[in-house]
Design a protein. Structure first.
Length: 345
């Protein structure tokens, strides 16, 4: 099934600067089958010998990036599973939080607010996520990072897979509990990230991603997978991910006629040990949210102009998902939204 890279627009592309790079993955969360995978810049496979190694590599599998807020899936799901919080748990949150020697801010200015866990995820609150992570504790958080598969290869049947970069628990500093829960100070591959969301979409069970389903008549991948979180936790995460699209940071991922669940991410990039004014924008989503058939990731490295995952990557997710749902003839699960006139633009 073909997936086209999103067409550059004024928020992504500036002719005076090098084009950003993109990765997109479409996976069946029930089986782990990778239905589509695309990268940009790309190369002409009919003229393979003239392409540079940089152009030929499959960035979705080989490259690691700091994910930003899409990584909040680990903190929130782990806290729910360990009964540290519920979706309705509330916190009074200042606009900043001190963690060891660092002061961490929200992405957007706000005053002191009372926010539920549901609100924290929908509005992508850094302060709220760190507050939950501190209640969860560093040992438990490190364990949940491991359980979701970060720091390890997914086992996909494709060469050159990266394990990402996860700081061992005994190397954590005092500020790590403030950076890692919000997806900074950790590096993941696009495949690892979409696999984590597919786990939630598959009722909490992780299955190995794969490209080859059969060799001859023999099915290569037929495993039942590994349970990561309970069905109850997965269901609650799906409900909160739907709120992200309905009223949070991911409204531009909405698709008329379908329920959509997902999370935005905007991560500042580090160069030579220091954060710079370059960003990675992403959106990872599941559709139809009521019974997910597709887990889709869109990651844009160094977008121009607008930097936020909700406005850069979410519309590309929407366009890819809409095409794939039609291609696979997946019936709408929210037909009442057809008449709302929403375009998702």
């Amino acid at each position: 099934m073909p997936v086209r890279a999103p067409k550059p627009n004024r928020s992504i592309h500036d002719a005076s600067r090098p084009a950003p790079s993109f990765s997109a993955i479409v996976m069946d969360p029930r089986t782990g089958a990778i239905l589509a995978m695309a990268n940009y810049p790309t190369f002409n496979s009919n003229d393979f010998s003239t392409a540079s190694p940089d152009a030929r590599r499959n960035r979705a599998v080989t490259d690691a990036y700091e994910p930003g807020s899409t990584f909040k899936i680990v903190t929130i799901a782990g806290a729910l599973e360990d009964n540290v919080v519920s979706p309705a748990s509330t916190f009074t949150l200042a606009p900043t939080i001190q963690v060891a020697d660092r002061v961490i801010h929200e992405a957007h200015l706000r005053g002191t607010e009372v926010m539920s866990v549901r609100d924290i995820l929908a509005q992508s609150s850094n302060v709220g996520t760190i507050t939950i992570a501190e209640k969860l504790g560093p040992d438990a958080l490190a364990s949940w990072i491991e359980r979701f598969g970060f720091g390890h290869q997914t086992g996909v049947d494709y060469p050159g897979e990266s394990s990402g970069l996860v700081l061992p628990r005994d190397k954590w500093s005092g500020s790590t509990i403030g950076t890692v829960p919000i997806g900074q100070g950790i590096a993941v591959t696009p495949l690892q990230m979409v696999s984590a969301y597919a786990t939630i979409g598959n009722s909490g069970v992780r299955v190995t991603p794969h490209l080859v389903e059969k060799v001859g008549s023999k099915r290569v991948h037929a495993g039942k997978g590994t349970r990561v979180v309970s069905t109850h936790t997965a269901d609650r995460m799906m409900a909160m991910f739907r709120d992200v699209v309905l009223e949070g940071t991911g409204t531009q991922a909405a698709i008329p006629g379908y329920t959509v669940a997902g999370k935005t991410g905007t991560a500042q990039k580090a160069e030579n040990g220091h954060y710079v004014t370059k960003y990675v924008a992403s959106f990872v989503g599941l559709v139809p949210a009521k019974s997910p058939r597709l887990a889709i990731l869109v990651m844009v490295d160094e977008p121009h102009g607008d930097i936020y995952g909700g406005s850069v990557a979410a519309p590309a997710f929407r366009d890819i998902a809409r095409f794939d749902l039609q291609y696979l003839e997946v019936p709408p699960d929210a037909p009442e939204t057809k008449t709302t006139g929403a375009t998702g633009q």
